[in-house]
Design a protein around this ligand. Structure first.
Ligand code: GLV
Ligand code: MN
Ligand code: MN
Length: 416
């Protein structure tokens, strides 16, 4: 049974176009009208195949295809929301690949023993409220009590208001819980978003683990004052303190982390943000990621100490508040072996590699046997309109996904 790469590519294009912005960029930021349009187009593909799609209490879209037997389901899932000015593949590939598996089976008249469910998880990227994987967190009962209806998004709208447009009520999202015994396994196909496969000239990756992530809101407070008349020795410049810390991050991580450790400041605000006023306050979001918790602990403490030292020198007060944290996750060993044996049968060269990006699978792997397949990202670029993967790699990834599903469907009993 062969998947159709033409179908996959034309659907990726069509969903991408749902995010076209007035300035020519593309984005389907979670909960936005563009995101909703993409989800509608996606659900309609299933509709035209006569496959029902429902939305659960957390806004996850779930297409359900009955199995021959009363067995737990095989899940294929990813996300359709994107970053601002994003690309065509991050998330969408995994969803469209799930649809392609369902459609290929349907066209071949082949029914699986297990039910097959294709899931689009809500708000994986976390662009609006700063914490991602909303839908998979609810699915997996990851505690959500720190989320509030009053949380403000980057556009100044509350979580309650935004969720309402999606038909979701925050306090009910937890009812999207999925019991482990109802799931045979979960599979996600994704673009690598890094350069390991390309550098090693491997056409496919079998994911071993997904990096944990910690996010902090850092606030530095100094004194706003006149930029012309305040001599350098009298200043308490919050932005200078922030800049010092940010520029020290690469050195701290290189010296005390490992090859996969990363620290990033990607969002920063300064007040009053005027050309002739010394910044009195600066706030930024800091992120640390690693495959090992102990490394994240070490980096957190070193960064905190450096911040304290910089602020002392600059006469600033500061706070560093952890607002989102996920431990690293391991993919299921039996699923990894199954994907590897599918590759070996098809003479596909592969690499076993960790994921630096997070995915819904980071939460799902804590509750269900979960496996991830990567295809190469050209130039290792992602979270960018330049994101691209080759046609052959897309075809190979989708075919390995289908063949893995067929093998796992034959498996009797639980995946250990
Ligand atoms: C999601 O793509 C992330 O890793 O931030
Ligand atoms: Mn993604
Ligand atoms: Mn992403």
């Amino acid at each position: 049974m062969k998947i159709s790469v033409d179908r996959v590519i034309s659907r990726l294009e069509e969903i991408y176009e749902c995010g076209r912005q007035a300035d020519g960029t593309h984005a389907r930021v979670a909960y936005s009208p563009e995101d909703q349009r993409g989800r509608k187009v996606f659900a309609d593909y299933f509709g035209s195949l006569g496959i029902p799609v429902r939305q659960d209490e957390a806004g996850n879209l779930i297409a359900y295809i009955e199995g021959e037997e009363e067995l737990p389901s095989i899940l294929i899932g990813s996300h359709l929301d994107t970053v601002i000015d994003g690309g065509k593949y991050d998330g969408a590939l995994g969803c469209v690949a799930g649809l392609e598996v369902a459609e290929t089976l349907k066209r071949a008249g082949r029914k699986l023993r297990h039910p097959l469910e294709v899931v689009v998880f809500t708000d994986e990227e976390g662009i609006r409220f700063g914490n991602g994987m909303f839908g998979s967190a609810a699915f997996c009962q990851v505690p959500m009590e720190e989320l509030s209806e009053e949380d403000m998004d980057i556009y100044g709208r509350t979580r309650g208001e935004v969720l309402k447009e999606y038909g979701v009520v925050l306090k009910d999202a937890i009812r999207a819980e999925r019991m482990p015994e109802t799931v045979h396994c979960m599979l996600e196909l994704h673009v690598e978003q890094g350069k390991i496969l390309e550098d090693h000239q491997k056409p496919l990756g079998v994911v071993s683990s997904i990096a944990g992530v910690r996010r902090y809101e850092v606030t530095l407070t100094g004194e706003a004052n006149h930029s012309g008349s305040t001599q350098m020795r009298h200043r308490k410049d919050a932005l200078v303190g922030a800049a010092g810390l940010i520029s020290s991050l690469p050195g701290i991580v290189r010296e005390h982390g490992n090859e996969f450790s990363v620290a990033t400041v990607g969002y920063i605000q300064a007040w009053p943000n005027a050309v002739n006023v010394i910044p009195g306050m600066c706030r930024f979001q800091l992120e640390i990621r690693d495959q090992e918790e102990s490394v994240m602990d070490r980096l957190e403490s070193l960064i905190h100490d450096r911040l304290e030292e910089n602020c002392r020198k600059e006469g600033l007060d500061f706070s560093m508040r952890l607002y989102d944290a996920h431990v690293p996750g391991n993919m299921n060993a039996e699923l990894k072996e199954t994907i590897q044996s599918v590759c070996e049968a098809g003479q596909i060269d592969y690499e076993i590699l960790p994921s630096g990006a997070f995915h819904d699978s980071l939460l799902l792997c804590g509750r269900f046997p979960t496996g991830m397949i990567f295809i190469p990202s050209i130039g290792g670029i992602s979270h960018s309109p330049m994101e691209k993967s080759g046609r052959e790699d897309i075809e190979r990834g989708c075919q390995v996904l289908l063949d893995t599903v067929l093998r796992l469907d034959k498996k009797e009993g639980q995946i250990s």
